[in-house]
Design a protein around this ligand. Structure first.
Ligand SMILES: *[C@@H]1O[C@H](CO)[C@@H](O)[C@H](O)[C@H]1NC(C)=O
Ligand SMILES: *[C@@H]1O[C@H](CO)[C@@H](O)[C@H](O)[C@H]1NC(C)=O
Length: 341
């Protein structure tokens, strides 16, 4: 007993000394630790800076972001977590200005837009839907430094409805939309409805293999754009500000949505169910590819983003569903639409 007791005292003493030593050292090493973290991060993401001044500036931003992320994660009681990711050396203004791209533009034309909501009278839908598992979703892409989230959102919705109708999952061309949809602004922003309108007018969209993504504005390659791989017949809007209507549509096919998705918490989201912070000023677009309820009963939307697989849950985000406001969290139910094949 005595010896066990002594051992326990020694262990406690060691733990105390260890903690004290760790704190003392970590306080001294703090700046150095962050420098190290930054270096490792630069290697991990292949980042190099043009000169020392730029490196200093980026280090400062990295440090601010690191502090924000660690503070957030240690608050506890969060439904989601943040992490240092590929965007760690961008401040939030830079990030929002270069990686989003929903723009409220005039509609290209209403002739291809259906005025009915075909899923209006659906009464029976499953408690959860996952179009990834169903095989209707291609790999997560990375839009890079081009504000064309709208092209990725539209393409994912078209790829899915084609797979649902035909069984063939084909990766389609975002670059064609960036270059050729005149009613949108390419890498300066756009709206999915105008992309759907273009695809109907053009009698199709070509494959990603034929017209690959370049993450920059190019001249429309009309020869490639004329090689139609698949086509759609029209598109419909989900009744606005109605999460119940959005659910009906998503139970039948992936849906393009706009949201306010450029905050720091979006920038560094890594896992869990996103519950804010966000307003409803739409600036980004993603594709809702499912919905469900977590083990603790939290309802969520499953969204495919276009920020690569190192962001979020392998490129996806779960977002709180059925909130106490008609627009939905981050305005996800404000402006949703889907193609008809
Ligand atoms: C944690 O969240 C629960 C439920 O939202 C809340 O009741 C509780 O006060 C929170 N605790 C802290 C420490 O924030
Ligand atoms: C839904 O049901 C109503 C009432 O029967 C009908 O008028 C309407 O056309 C239906 N909507 C669709 C999209 O079928």
């Amino acid at each position: 007993m005595v010896s066990t007791h002594n051992k326990r005292v020694s262990i406690v003493l060691l733990m105390f000394l260890g903690t004290w030593a760790f704190q003392a050292v970590s306080r001294v090493l703090d700046e150095e630790t962050i420098v190290q973290k930054h270096r490792l991060w630069m290697i991990q993401y292949g980042r190099a800076y043009v000169n020392e001044a730029e490196e200093g500036r980026r280090f400062k931003i990295f440090k601010d972001n690191l502090e924000y992320i660690e503070n957030f994660n240690t608050l506890g009681n969060q439904t989601y977590e943040l992490s240092l990711n590929i965007f760690a050396d961008l401040n939030n203004e830079e990030f929002a200005a270069s990686h989003t791209g929903y723009k409220d533009l005039p509609i290209a034309g209403t002739s291809k837009k259906s005025t009915v909501f075909r899923y209006e009278n659906l009464t029976d839908f499953p408690p959860s839907v996952d179009w990834i598992q169903a095989g209707a979703v291609t790999n997560v892409q990375n839009q890079g430094d081009c504000n064309c989230c709208w092209a990725f959102s539209a393409v994912a919705a078209v790829e899915a409805i084609i797979q649902i109708k035909t069984g063939n999952l084909i990766s389609l061309s975002e670059q064609q939309l960036v270059d050729c949809v005149d009613s949108n602004d390419g890498c300066s922003g756009g709206w999915m409805d105008n992309a759907f309108h273009y695809i109907v007018q053009n009698q199709g969209i070509t494959s990603d293999a034929n017209y690959p993504y370049k993450a920059t504005d190019k001249k429309c390659d009309s020869k490639k754009a004329a090689v139609s791989t698949v086509t759609i017949h029209g598109y419909e809007d989900v009744p606005a500000n109605n999460e119940a209507a959005l659910l009906k549509a998503v139970s039948k096919q992936p849906v393009s949505v706009c949201l306010e998705g450029a905050s720091k918490d979006f920038q560094f989201y890594s896992r869990g169910i996103f519950t804010g912070k966000c307003g409803t000023s739409l600036n980004h677009a993603v594709t809702v590819v499912g919905y469900g309820t977590s083990e603790d009963g939290t309802k969520y939307w499953l969204a495919k983003n276009s920020w690569g697989i190192n962001w979020g849950e392998k490129g996806y985000m779960r977002i709180l569903r059925e909130i106490d406001a008609p627009q939905g969290l981050c305005g996800i139910a404000k402006k949703a639409s889907y193609p008809i094949a």
